[in-house]
Design a binder for this molecule. Structure first.
Ligand SMILES: Nc1ncnc2c1ncn2[C@@H]1O[C@H](COP(=O)(O)OP(=O)(O)O)[C@@H](O)[C@H]1O
Ligand SMILES: [Mg+2]
Length: 318
């Protein structure tokens, strides 16, 4: 098998934490398999005369913080000459992110390069809204910017969360009850006075026991972690202090994965993290899921190894 080139499009590698960062785990595994590891920033992707290019640096990586990446001088490469592109740029999911997915689509047209996750899926699968099509596994939900409609939804179900469609890390996630004196303010603030769509959703009391993040590799669940809210904060996000423990997968979790897994596979979303609260799917993260180190530790597996296996199988199947 000829030596493969794996290009990692990501945020600056200098600020990576070697024992936390999932992209870094994927780079280490690429190197371990004997692939050439290239590193580039999304901001340098460009397209000219039929080809997608970027300045890339060859990276030699080791799990030693501060000396974790030895980089060559930057050189202009044709992205379509690489075998695999790992699109691992973190949100914000903004127009620049979307423009990069267009250029990565073009890089695939030569027929050699496999981009994971597939750029069209990165664009289309909004982490909150894409899940809405799976009515049997999501909590009762409303996507709307109409303040009266949201108010009526909360009035009817009594206890809800209202959250932005493009948030992460728990930002902007409000809990609201029908008799909350702040209800009007919450709906005005979250919709920008009716200008932006939000997701209103039945409040799941099991959120107190934790928000389970399940990692799927090419549609198959491989493990999970449970993020447990701390103190009075209702949110199970590590960013706001939730603690992490092993997330065992139960029958319901497997059922949810069986519902969405084939769709993820079909859209070539190879590395995906879903959030499940009390047996209900609340979020599907495709853009730059994390959690490799934690799942490895709790399950005694190598998620990066499984991801590389899945990519290798896709290359072989061509
Ligand atoms: N339907 C819900 N019921 C109860 N709590 C919820 C619900 N949806 C979200 N939350 C709480 O808010 C947190 C963040 O919500 P989530 O939808 O995962 O958004 P984010 O993308 O910001 O992580 C969750 O960890 C959970 O604690
Ligand atoms: Mg979440």
């Amino acid at each position: 098998m000829p030596r493969q080139t794996h290009l990692f499009v990501m945020d600056p590698i200098g600020s990576v934490l070697v024992d936390k960062d999932s992209t870094f785990a994927l780079m280490l595994e690429a190197q371990r398999r004997g692939h050439d590891v290239l590193y580039a920033l999304g901001s340098d992707l460009h397209f000219r005369e039929g080809r997608t290019y970027c300045l890339a640096q060859r990276a030699t990586v080791q799990p030693v913080q501060g000396q974790h990446a030895q980089l060559s001088e930057p050189a202009l490469i044709d992205v379509g000459d690489t075998d695999v592109v790992w699109m691992r740029k973190d949100p914000p999911f903004n127009m620049d992110y979307i423009f990069n997915t267009y250029l990565l689509d073009l890089a695939e047209t030569g027929g050699r390069t496999l981009v994971v996750n597939k750029p069209s899926g990165l664009r289309d699968m909004n982490e909150k809204v894409w899940a809405m099509r799976f009515g049997d596994v999501i909590p009762e939900s409303l996507v709307s910017q109409d303040m009266a409609r949201i108010r009526a939804f909360v009035d009817r179900i009594g206890h809800a969360v209202v959250k932005p469609l493009d948030g992460n890390g728990g930002e902007g996630v409000f809990v609201v009850r029908r008799d909350d004196p702040n209800i009007g303010v919450i709906i005005e603030t979250s919709t920008g006075h009716g200008r932006t769509k939000v997701l209103a959703q039945r409040y799941l009391p099991e959120a107190k026991q934790g928000d389970k993040r399940i990692i799927l590799v090419d549609g198959e669940p491989v493990g999970g972690i449970l993020r447990v809210p701390q103190g009075v904060d209702h949110r199970g996000n590590i960013h706001v202090g939730a603690t992490v423990e092993k997330g065992e997968l139960n029958d319901r979790d497997h059922e949810i994965c069986a519902v969405i897994g084939p769709h993820l596979r079909e859209h070539r979303q190879v590395f995906v993290g879903i959030d499940v609260i009390g047996g209900w799917l609340t979020e599907v993260n495709v853009t730059s899921p994390t959690g490799i180190h934690e799942v490895d530790a709790y399950y005694g597996i190598s998620v990066a190894g499984l991801l590389h296996d899945a990519v290798a199988a896709r290359l072989d199947a061509r």
